[in-house]
Design a protein around this ligand. Structure first.
Ligand code: OAD
Length: 270
């Protein structure tokens, strides 16, 4: 039987998934670009619009593109920063924050590890355990790694080239604090995500195509450790056939429905 939700959630969460979540002490949520889609941030593989429509993000997000034309790549990131700054956390981000807050005093945990370089989880009130692909807002020197904390101004309309600022310490160019294809992941972030996912009682994989490794390996490592894994995504992905439960829905609909159903049972837990 599908439990009814006490709130105005437009869908009911599947009973087997609610039951797993209610029985869990620690839930780990692995999020990708689809988590922020309903906030109006295009996913990585969506067609880009406007000025950037001609360019493939997979080619811009590389150390080679940066070395070839720093002003061009920096302008693309400045545009993405503007896009994210203008977006608001959606009901899915907010539901995860509400869930963690409700459970925390009872020694139960909701932990988030994300591939997203946006800050929408944090702005919804969540603490993020790991930003495995870095952050759009944590720039650093390309040579000496000194963080660059001055504000970066976003032009009113996108422009194709903006010279990146220079490092105050060594004068080299300041680069985006994101992980590019072919680069190492930030030290400790992947290890923290792997540790959490493999020790969880339940893993939710939300809004990722499961194409980019090593992040895509996290749900599989959890599954191999005996952790039930649920995929929340409107469509099938590379991961679908490898994991236990799938829920075909968008994050901003599914997560509030799940959290409502879980919290309606009370939070004291097992
Ligand atoms: P993708 O753009 O590859 O995939 C987005 C996923 O979100 C797809 O599976 C969509 O079906 C799903 N989706 C779309 N709308 C959704 C919604 N409303 N609710 C839930 N899911 C939805 O994004 P990622 O898998 O995050 O890496 O991409 C992984 C990495 O590829 C990015 O972190 C980035 C990129 O290359 C680097 O830059 C290193």
């Amino acid at each position: 039987m599908v439990p009814t939700s006490p709130s105005s959630s437009p869908v009911a969460a599947p009973a087997d998934i609610v039951s797993l979540a209610r029985d869990a002490r620690t839930v780990v949520v692995l999020t990708g670009a689809g988590m922020s889609a309903e906030s109006g941030v295009p996913t990585f593989r969506d067609a880009q619009t406007g000025l950037w429509a001609r360019f493939d993000p997979m080619e811009l997000a590389t150390p080679e593109a940066w070395k070839r034309d720093r002003a061009f790549v920096w302008a693309w990131y400045v545009w993405r920063m503007g896009l994210v700054s203008g977006a608001r956390p959606n009901a899915g981000h907010r539901a995860l924050a509400r869930w963690a807050d409700a459970w925390h005093p009872h020694g139960r945990h909701v932990r988030i590890a994300t591939q997203n370089v946006d800050d929408l989880h944090e702005r919804a009130g969540s603490e993020v355990l790991a930003h495995v692909h870095g952050s759009l807002f944590a720039h650093r020197c390309e040579r000496c790694d000194t963080p660059y904390e001055d504000p970066v101004v976003t032009p009113e309309s996108p422009v194709e080239r903006i010279e990146p600022p220079s490092c105050a310490r060594c004068g080299a160019a300041v680069r985006p604090g994101v992980v590019w294809f072919g680069e190492m992941l930030p030290e400790g972030e992947f290890a923290a995500a792997l540790d959490a996912a493999t020790r969880a009682d339940l893993v939710l994989v939300v809004g990722t195509s499961g194409i980019v490794h090593p992040f895509a390996g996290l749900p599989l490592a959890a599954r191999d450790a005996g952790v039930p894994v649920v995929e929340v995504n409107p469509v099938d992905t590379e991961l679908t056939h490898l994991i236990d439960y799938r829920w075909r829905a968008g994050a901003a609909v599914a997560l509030p429905a799940l959290v409502d159903a879980v919290l309606s049972a009370g939070v004291v837990g097992r």
